[in-house]
Every structure is written in structure tokens, then in C-alpha cells.
Ligand binder design. Structure first.
Ligand SMILES: C[S@@+](CC[C@H](N)C(=O)[O-])C[C@H]1O[C@@H](n2cnc3c(N)ncnc32)[C@H](O)[C@@H]1O
Length: 273
């Protein structure tokens, strides 16, 4: 509880990110991680393992960019730090824990950035009608040897969705939270499309790791929802696995949530759209 409060108080955030709920979410993730360490471990290890393998193949003279660094739970910091040209860890939020950790990794730096460029436009209970759909998401205009999109693709629309769910009417129930107006749905899809489009045209190898399907089991009944547009990614993925993100008891009695996670390698300019 104290750690979560400190994360909430001392995190640095891009403009609009705190209001859009991302600092609150960072504090929440640190708590969920502490409670579910062993259930999360296989997913964190798989992610690190794919990143390590890709670092080995990266030109030692070219930097690595990580998008969605978050708390760096799924990042092999030692190996990123050993990469001679170093790495930049980018996220809309940087927590005090990560800032402290990075003192031990002189080859790593962080950059606070809202990669959609839209967080500061979100207004509580607004219907997003004034937000224009982006064509691309942020990418530094600098040569990188490798870009890693690290478990961020499914998260990009959530700030928009969470504001939508503030607009609950008396008729809404927890089962009926997909009560989202069409403009919000449009933006939520558009930020994911823009991220994939940007990565495909990055001109260097891109490792994209993301969940794409959520399974929620309540009292033995399972509901499935897609969390990312994998039809836009090369098929088949390099690997897929299951992340036990909320074992029974984390959200409630007799409720558990798992995510299907995949990893894709998007290589170079030939994939430009
Ligand atoms: C599930 S976390 C990624 C996991 C992370 N690698 C870790 O180990 O903690 C998703 C991350 O996406 C970031 N994020 C969400 N929307 C963003 C945006 N518009 N710009 C930049 N980062 C964003 C969140 O702050 C969060 O850290």
C-alpha cells in the first residue's frame, strides 16, 4: 500500500497521462505484480527471453528503443545495458522505482513520452468528438538498431475506454461496461492501427510483444474478448503463451482472467505500408 502511494506521488508523467489514469495504473500494476509474482513469472520470462535473443542480433553500434517500458518488469535490463550503443526506455510514466533502478545501468536512459500524442486532449466524461484520429504514433526520428513494443499495444486505447466507462447510466451493470460511444471505439481502434502502421514503417527490426485475447472466467463460464488487431500482424507469431494476469481471488471470488500473448518480428523497410 505504501509502495503504491509512493508510486502515485513520485512518478513523473507526460502531459495528460496522470489525468488519463496512467499513473494510477502504474501504481496498480506494482501491487498486482507483488501479489501475483509466481503466476506472472512465466510471461515475464518469455518476454525477456525474446528480447534477449533479439538484442544478440542487433548492430552493436545502434541504439535500442523500448516503447512501453513501464515498471520494466518484463525487460532484461542487464542485457539492454550491455548493448554497446545502449537503449532508451520510453513510456508516458516513469516510476520512482525505475528511476532508482536505472542508476545501476549507465547505458540506459528513459524518455517520458505519450506515444499517441492524445492524452492531453482527453477530457473526463467527454465523448472524444473533438479528438482527431492519429495516422501514426510517436517514434524518435533517429536511427535505431531495434525497436521493442513491449506489452503496450493493448494498453494504448485504455485511457479512452476508461473515460468512456465514467459515463455510466443507471441502466449500466458491470456486465454491460462495453457501453462505449462509436467515436470512442473509433479512436481506440485507430490508436492501435496507428501504432502498428508506425512500427511497420520504422525501417529497422521491430519486436512487438502484446496480448491479443482476454479470457474472463466467472463461476466456470468463460467470456473472450480481443485486445489487439492481430490480423494486421504477420502470421503466425514467433510464439504465443498464456499470462495468468489475475488468478482467482485477485479480482474476486470465482473470477480469473488470462491473456493470450504473442510475439511478432516486423523487419525493416520492406514492410512499409
Ligand atoms: C502493461 S504496461 C507494459 C509492461 C511494462 N513493460 C512493464 O514491465 O511494466 C503498459 C505500459 O503502457 C504505457 N502506456 C499506455 N499508454 C501510453 C501512451 N499513450 N504513451 C506511452 N506509454 C503508454 C503505460 O504507462 C504502461 O507502462
Amino acid at each position: 500500500m505504501i509502495a503504491e502511494a509512493l508510486t502515485w506521488m513520485f512518478s513523473k508523467a507526460a502531459k495528460g497521462a496522470r489525468r488519463a489514469g496512467l499513473v494510477y495504473e502504474a501504481a496498480g500494476i506494482s501491487g498486482r505484480f507483488r501479489r501475483n509474482k509466481s503466476a506472472w513469472q512465466p510471461h515475464l520470462e518469455k518476454t525477456k527471453c525474446h528480447i534477449r535473443a533479439q538484442i544478440q542480433k542487433t548492430d552493436p553500434n545502434m541504439r535500442i528503443l523500448v516503447l512501453g517500458a513501464g515498471l520494466a518488469l518484463d525487460l532484461p535490463l542487464a542485457e539492454l545495458n550491455k548493448h554497446p550503443a545502449g537503449a532508451i526506455l520510453c513510456d508516458a510514466v516513469v516510476t520512482p522505482t525505475l528511476q532508482l533502478k536505472l542508476f545501476g545501468y549507465p547505458n540506459l536512459s528513459y524518455e517520458i513520452k505519450d506515444i499517441t500524442g492524445l492524452l492531453s486532449h482527453i477530457r473526463k466524461n467527454s465523448d472524444c468528438d473533438t479528438i482527431s484520429v492519429p495516422n501514426s504514433t510517436f517514434l524518435r526520428h533517429r536511427d535505431f538498431g531495434l525497436i521493442i513494443s513491449c506489452n503496450i499495444l493493448s494498453q494504448l486505447p485504455l485511457s479512452f475506454r476508461n473515460y468512456a466507462s465514467d459515463k455510466k447510466t443507471a441502466a449500466d451493470t458491470t456486465q454491460n461496461k462495453a457501453h462505449i460511444n462509436p467515436q470512442k471505439t473509433h479512436i481506440m481502434n485507430a490508436v492501435q492501427d496507428a501504432h502498428i502502421r508506425t512500427l511497420k514503417s520504422a525501417g529497422c527490426p521491430v519486436l512487438l510483444i502484446s496480448d491479443f485475447k482476454q479470457r474472463t472466467t466467472t463461476g466456470g463460464k468463460t467470456e473472450t474478448a480481443l485486445t489487439a488487431p492481430i490480423e494486421q500482424l504477420p502470421s503466425p507469431p514467433l510464439e504465443t503463451w498464456t499470462w495468468d494476469i489475475a488468478p482467482e481471488g485477485e479480482i474476486g471470488k470465482s473470477i480469473s482472467v488470462t491473456l493470450d500473448v504473442g510475439v511478432w518480428l516486423l523487419t525493416g523497410p520492406s514492410l512499409t505500408v
